[in-house]
Design a protein around this ligand. Structure first.
Ligand SMILES: Cc1ncc(COP(=O)(O)O)c(C=O)c1O
Ligand SMILES: N[C@@H](CCOP(=O)(O)O)C(=O)O
Length: 550
């Protein structure tokens, strides 16, 4: 049972509905409040937090004409008890979070052709979909800290030490969500030399005292492992109140559910087909996927009752998820690759070096997708529920099964094949695609030639997958493909695809004014080895310095 935070397990059970109480995917912890879950990030048993129940959006049809912020309020209220955040406060946090977006619709839907639509998620401060959740999470952290620290001074104040790993986009979105905020230090680890120059500049040119960029000699998975090792370390956890900005933090997933509903309603309003798309009709969403956070939010929307026919997972050549949906095995290396190298690599760092491919969609160059664990829990729960009606027993079983799978992933580099019913249940809601770099380039070219539209490489992975999906369903099924970043963030891939196109000029056609001088500005970054204990000491030292200067 939860013991810290503003509410305890006992009072939670009376003031919070089951969808407003949280448990760990590894089964040991339950009964947490939203505030506890947001501030802790990762459960102490190493699991991820999920709501005890997914709420039904009974009135979803009546939300059709709501603004993005009003819709967010309706959806978030199902997961956050008013006894924790009073409705007027939640509304104010949401309004503040989306006031920084450049588009009045926040996440506009663009018609590409026939029944194919692109959901532009990059109109926030850092031009990536991460802003949707991280503007909200930054304001949420601030809200909780102000409340915790009321009337407190000096060492009595609760100081949050945020640690996050990034392959480029989460880092800058988190930094823009938290820069200059009181009582928070932010440490962002990125793989040195493996993020795009604009992404690197977006992060390292922020010179606020509470922002620390660490360039790690390694891959994104190494950075993610360091973050998880810090969360698992009692020492720093007890002294530094670690907080998470990666999608291991439940608030990230929660905020992303909103744009599935919002884009569905935009489609109803702006349908270009005859007969038009009607409220209640089912749609397919296609999601460029790395850490499985974005598409998991779609799964929650589906389970809440939004008519989603399928969620299509679009991976690049780092295709662990596509291989799972194809074979039922979740393995860092494909069995073929393992055979070639004499077996599965069991050393984490070595597995990452050998396994991750550098692609033209670098933000998705991820070997192990952390949020997949959350889906595994729901799959394991359904499997258990098929055999027994006892809800509590089923939850326990699900936690144990997830723990066993994750243990095997760690020790043997993979697990599976999972039970046939588990795989078929995964296939009911999801399909998967793998898109190569050359297909990514062809898609960017093709859409520029046909529509004059410049896709970023991640969104192009989505569109290439969407076209395959349309090939299976026929053109009568509507598809919404998520556009996860502005093309200017990935100049290399975009120029490679379009440099020979007549009249194409990156500076005038793609680059927003906000990026024009970014790379020439003063930067601050610390280089670190791929060693979590060294990172721990650095974090401690820099927080101490920061607090001393206050
Ligand atoms: C531009 C871009 N597209 C897609 C993704 C994949 O999203 P997710 O990790 O939520 O699957 C990321 C990073 O996570 C990203 O930065
Ligand atoms: N692509 C991400 C990787 C981190 O994923 P997250 O969604 O778990 O924060 C990035 O751009 O950093």
């Amino acid at each position: 049972m939860a013991t810290n935070g503003t509410t305890d397990g006992a009072s939670n059970s009376t003031t919070h509905t089951p969808s407003q109480r949280y448990l760990s995917t590894r089964g040991e912890d339950s009964g947490f409040s939203f505030e506890e879950v947001v501030l802790k990030g990762l459960a102490s048993d190493g699991g991820l937090y999920i709501p005890e129940e997914i709420p039904q959006a009974q009135n979803w049809r009546s939300w059709k004409d709501l603004s993005f912020a009003d819709l967010a309020f309706e959806i978030l209220s199902l997961y956050i008890s008013p006894s924790e955040i009073p409705p007027q406060d939640l509304k104010a946090i949401i309004d503040k979070s989306y006031s920084t977006f450049r588009s009045p619709e926040t996440t506009p839907l663009v018609h590409l052709n026939d029944n194919l639509y692109l959901l532009e998620l990059f109109h926030g401060p850092t031009f990536a979909f991460k802003d949707v959740a991280l503007q909200f999470l930054g304001n949420l952290f601030e809200y909780f800290l102000v409340r915790k620290n009321e009337g407190k001074v000096g060492k009595d104040r609760h100081h949050l030490t945020v640690v996050g790993a990034t392959s480029g986009d989460t880092g800058s979105a988190a930094i823009y969500g938290l820069r200059g905020k009181k009582d928070v230090s932010v440490f962002i680890l990125h793989p040195k030399g493996r993020v795009s120059p604009i992404q690197e500049a977006q992060m390292t040119t922020v010179l606020d005292k509470n922002v620390h960029n660490l360039a790690v000699t390694g891959t994104f998975d190494d950075c993610q492992d360091i973050v998880k090792a810090l969360f698992a370390d009692k020492d720093i956890n007890e002294t530094h109140n670690l907080g998470a900005v990666n999608s291991i933090n439940w608030a990230r997933i929660l905020a992303q559910i909103v744009y599935y509903f919002h884009s569905y309603f935009s489609l109803v309003r702006a349908s270009k087909t005859s007969p038009p798309f009607r409220l209640g009709e089912r749609v397919r969403f296609v999601v460029p996927t790395g850490n499985f956070g974005d598409v998991l939010a779609g799964y929650f929307a589906l389970r809440m009752g939004l008519p989603i026919a399928k969620l299509v997972i679009a991976t690049n050549e780092n295709d662990i998820l596509h291989r799972f949906w194809t074979t039922g095995r979740y393995e860092i290396h494909s069995s073929q690759g393992a055979a070639a190298t004499g077996g599965l690599a069991t050393d984490g760092a070595k597995a990452h070096e050998e396994g991750v491919k550098e692609t033209l969609s670098p933000a998705m160059d991820i070997l192990v997708s952390s949020n997949f664990e959350r889906l595994l829990w729901f799959l394991a729960y359904e499997y258990a529920a098929g055999a027994r009606m006892d809800n509590e027993w089923n939850k326990k079983q699900a936690g144990q099964e997830v723990s066993a799978w994750l243990k095997e992933l760690k020790s043997a580099g993979g697990f599976g094949p999972v039970q046939r019913d588990v795989l078929s249940s995964a296939r009911t809601d999801f399909e998967s695609e793998r898109v190569s770099d050359s297909q990514t380039i062809d898609t960017i070219k093709d859409f520029y030639r046909r529509k004059g539209y410049v896709l970023d490489p991640h969104s192009a992975v989505g569109i290439a997958s969407a076209l395959r999906s349309v090939g299976r369903t026929g053109p009568e099924v509507s598809h919404i493909s998520l556009s996860t970043a502005h093309p200017a963030k990935f100049a290399g891939a975009v120029e490679l695809a379009l440099k020979d196109e007549e009249g194409f000029d990156f500076q005038t056609k793609v680059l927003p004014a906000e990026f024009a001088d970014l790379e020439n500005q003063e930067k601050r970054v610390t280089f670190v080895e791929n060693d979590w204990q060294k990172v721990r000491e650095l974090v401690k030292h820099q927080v101490e310095e920061e607090l001393r200067e206050e």
